[in-house]
Design a protein around this ligand. Structure first.
Ligand SMILES: CSC[C@H]1O[C@H](OP(=O)(O)O)[C@H](O)[C@@H]1O
Ligand SMILES: Nc1ncnc2[nH]cnc12
Length: 288
């Protein structure tokens, strides 16, 4: 029987983590550099959860300076089976109001210059990203958030901007025309990397503000974002408790578990040892 092990990446305002039974803080090393900090691992209702604060203790890492590769690598090394991101998002749709939750299912990536792959010269891989979110995990997270009292929107396209500044009014209107529903600065390249690591990934976004597209309104202010996030954090934590209680006993496989099947392009005798060693956790299943 396959057991669940949920990795939770906590975003802005979720630095304290989850209320884990027997929680232990562990510093895990990554072959991809320094992660945002130590993980905390423990149990919720008998299910193992491992929490990592995306921006680190005291919110030290900006969206551009988070080492997304090390963070995902560390979760993989911990034996996590599925990753839930709890993130602050701005809304590009009237109906997605501050305080609401959105179970994101698509992305547009406008980030620049971030490390977006574990693979590269010496070990090339091309995974599919058509469906970047695990439908099962996303539905479970959405159900859990609803049961915890949140108003939940199922499905939504998240545009990831580089930041750290919020968008201009013109950009915000453009993103709406592109079909984006919510906006943030961190889910990319995180979702890409989770897929390469064969970790089913879901984003439970918490709407903290309306982005700058509304003519009559003031622009986005970080203080408002933090205040709304603080109010939402308790619901997000409660949602994880509900999620733990609702996971099916046996974890049946999903497509993301085997994302690297057929994805490795580099011939075995052309692969570089240095990279293979670096990928000892991420690609262990296909490189052994
Ligand atoms: C503080 S508002 C901007 C900041 O909040 C979100 O971060 P996270 O996804 O980690 O909650 C957003 O993406 C920005 O990085
Ligand atoms: N309006 C916004 N733009 C980008 N990232 C955000 N995170 C929270 N609100 C945001």
């Amino acid at each position: 029987m396959d057991a669940w092990h949920i990795g939770v990446i906590g975003g802005s305002g979720l630095y304290d983590g989850l209320d884990l039974e027997d929680g232990q803080e562990i510093a895990v090393s990554s072959s991809f550099g320094e992660p945002s900090g130590p993980v905390t691992t423990g149990k919720l209702g008998g299910v193992r959860f491992t929490f990592l604060s995306r921006h680190g203790a005291g919110h030290r890492f900006s969206p551009s300076s988070v080492n997304y590769r090390a963070n995902i690598d560390v979760l993989k090394r911990c034996g996590v089976t599925d990753v839930v991101s709890l993130s602050a998002i701005g809304s590009l749709r009237e109906e997605m109001a501050p305080g609401h939750f959105v179970a994101v299912d698509q992305f547009i990536d406008r980030t620049e210059g971030r490390e977006r792959s574990f693979f590269g010269a010496g070990m090339v891989a091309h995974v599919s990203l058509a469906d970047p979110v695990c439908a099962r995990l996303s539905a479970l997270a959405a159900d859990a958030a609803q049961a915890a009292g949140a108003e939940v929107h199922r499905g939504g396209c998240y545009i990831a901007i580089e930041g750290p500044q919020f968008s201009t009014r013109a950009e915000s209107r453009l993103y709406r025309q592109w079909g984006a529903d919510v906006i943030g600065m961190t889910a990319m390249p995180e979702a890409r990397l989770a897929r390469e690591a064969e970790l089913p990934y879901a984003v439970l976004g918490m709407v903290t503000d309306y982005d700058a597209w509304r003519d009559e309104a003031a622009g986005v202010e970080a203080a408002d974002v933090f205040a709304t996030m603080k109010a939402n954090a308790a619901t997000a934590r409660a949602a994880m408790v509900v999620l733990a209680g609702r996971l099916p006993e046996d974890r049946a496989p999903v497509p993301a578990d085997t994302a690297l099947d057929g994805a490795l392009a580099t011939a075995p005798d052309a692969r570089e040892w240095k990279i293979i060693t670096q990928l000892d956790a991420i690609a262990k299943r296909v490189l052994r």
